[in-house]
Design a protein around this ligand. Structure first.
Ligand SMILES: NC(=O)c1ccc[n+]([C@@H]2O[C@H](COP(=O)([O-])OP(=O)(O)OC[C@H]3O[C@@H](n4cnc5c(N)ncnc54)[C@H](O)[C@@H]3O)[C@@H](O)[C@H]2O)c1
Length: 325
């Protein structure tokens, strides 16, 4: 089996690649190919092929499709605030790149007398939705994005669905919860503070809270994200019954709940490092985001998330701060 990870140098891409290189996928040890705009780092097991290229460029799609991967994880993207600030780049990377690839895969499918039909797992986002929301968003809630990033993800969901309906690829778009606690430095996602307010205090640094602590949102750990992607790749897509976009399980909690979970794990000193500095720009974006889901379909199909927010923090401590034990 040949597995291609687009965005393989990114946070989730790296974790997914390391997991697959150690634990395999679907009971096999696949040939692994990581692709990103800059050469992906590698310090894990095995010897994956590391490719560089711009996913928005026409020739990239042709090159990647010619590799004929059996499974493609499509994670390459620019994130929410970046896509809002850079309109054309956002559409080029987040949508045109995916469309180019799907079309190049269609050509490979036709050239193979319809024998080649890769699985493609696309990481969509909660940004495809907008309010007013019910208490818990159900599986049939409609897409109505209110940001360029959400619109770009929503269009790719439709493309994946139609290219799959025609049999060119076998695709699924999974709408990831906000992945928290994100390791490393803050990024350009408007959601970045959700990780900063936990990660920075755990590392003895101050963090800025730009929104009211009553704000509720939907989270999963990076380890759950890897689990979702692997589960999707191993799932029999006949069970999707043609519905190729899906909300995933997660943890619904307020910022105050996040901070309380941190207090329970580390005590008050870490919590004192969180400073409230209201930022209307960030608040205006994130206050319109979903707060809670009832992802019955994904749970029925075997997707599993973290138990609660304390487990999400513990997962960060276990994987990113092993020396702290
Ligand atoms: N992290 C989250 O909370 C979250 C939530 C919902 C959806 N997602 C989606 O999951 C995916 C992975 O997220 P992540 O947190 O690992 O993001 P990330 O920013 O760490 O990784 C994305 C990768 O895409 C690469 N990329 C950007 N432009 C490219 C281009 N033109 N050509 C090739 N590669 C390019 C980047 O270099 C980066 O390595 C993304 O599609 C994101 O939209 C993430």
């Amino acid at each position: 089996m040949k597995v291609l990870i687009l965005g393989g140098g990114g946070m989730i891409g790296q974790k997914l690649a390391h997991d697959i290189s150690v634990n395999g996928l679907g009971g096999e040890t696949p040939e692994l190919i990581l692709h990103d705009i800059a050469k992906p780092r590698w310090s894990g097991a095995g010897n994956p092929t590391l490719l560089t290229g711009d996913i928005a460029a026409d020739e990239t799609a042709q090159t990647l499709a010619a590799l004929k991967p059996d499974v493609i994880f499509f994670l390459a993207a620019i994130v929410s605030s970046d896509a809002e600030a850079n309109f054309k780049t956002g559409w080029d990377v987040n949508t045109r790149g995916a469309w180019n690839l799907l079309d190049a895969l269609r050509e490979q499918h036709e050239a193979s007398a319809n024998a080649y039909r890769p699985k493609i797992i696309f990481t969509s986002s909660l940004a495809v939705f907008s309010g007013p929301y019910p208490d818990a968003i159900g599986d049939d809630f409609h897409n109505a994005p209110q940001s360029s990033y959400g619109a770009q993800k929503s269009v790719v969901e439709l493309l994946i669905s139609d290219y799959s309906r025609k049999g060119y690829v076998d695709g699924l778009s999974i709408r990831l919860p906000t992945i928290c606690v994100r390791p490393g430095k803050p990024n350009l996602a408007a959601s970045s503070f959700y990780s900063s307010i936990i990660r920075e205090p755990l590392n003895g640094q101050e963090a800025i809270l730009p929104v009211p602590d009553s704000l509720r949102h939907w989270f999963a750990s990076p380890q759950s994200a890897v689990g979702f992607l692997k589960h999707a790749a191993e799932l029999d897509f006949n069970r999707l019954e043609g519905r190729r976009a899906m909300n995933l399980p997660g943890v619904s909690c307020t910022v105050a709940d996040q901070i309380e979970a941190l207090r329970q794990i580390t005590g008050n000193d870490a919590v004192k490092l969180i400073k409230s500095v209201p930022n209307a720009d960030i608040a205006n974006i994130v206050m319109g985001w979903p707060r809670n889901f009832n992802p019955e379909r994904a749970i029925k199909l075997g997707f599993r998330a973290d138990k609660d927010f304390a487990s999400i923090i513990q997962s960060y401590i276990d994987t990113e701060m092993p020396d702290s034990h």
